[in-house]
Design a protein around this ligand. Sequence first.
Ligand code: GRF
Length: 199
Amino acid sequence: MKRIAILISGRGSNMEALLKAHAAGELQAEPVLVISNRAAAPGLDTARAHGVRTEVASFKDREAGEQRVLDLTRECAVELLVLAGFMRVLSPTLIEAFPNRIINIHPSLLPSFPGLHAQRQALEYGVRFSGCTTHFVNAGVDTGPIIRQSVVPVEPDDTEETLSARILEQEHATLVHSVNDWAADRLSVEGRHVRVSAG
Ligand code: GRF
């Protein structure tokens, strides 16, 4: 089974969705490593509770942090990185080591509302629909080829918290589906386009 590493920075609910799917036999890849750039990330305890190896790689010095990620992923024979609530921008060094092998989950319908506080951006703009996007990571911020998107309605009385919670439910499902697409070799990247084959 293909081996994946999950990078987190905080709560790790997207990571937990992957670990729960794996425990239920619904993930066609094996999460063998969880790496956080923050030692205090609550998601590390969640990973340990699932019996997954955890490591901390400080990104205060990004080059050193990325080298640690490279060393750990080589040691664990990891084929895919999943950025699940990981809040740091990767350099070309790591991206070139994993060409179309880094999947990110973002809480908006890219290219709308890239970067931080995407849910708040959507509310402030006044869109009727937002959602989430999984994409392969390229050199830009939230600009890589899109794998899947899920649409979420914005309700008139939504707050940043209520909209974020509604989007987060879709993030969990969308990320599991995207990792399964990859694990089943259903994804092929042609420039900006990701072709998802049936099956
Ligand atoms: C999620 O909305 C994720 O898309 C964003 O941060 C939120 C928390 O993610 N990057 P998680 O619970 O740490 O997975």
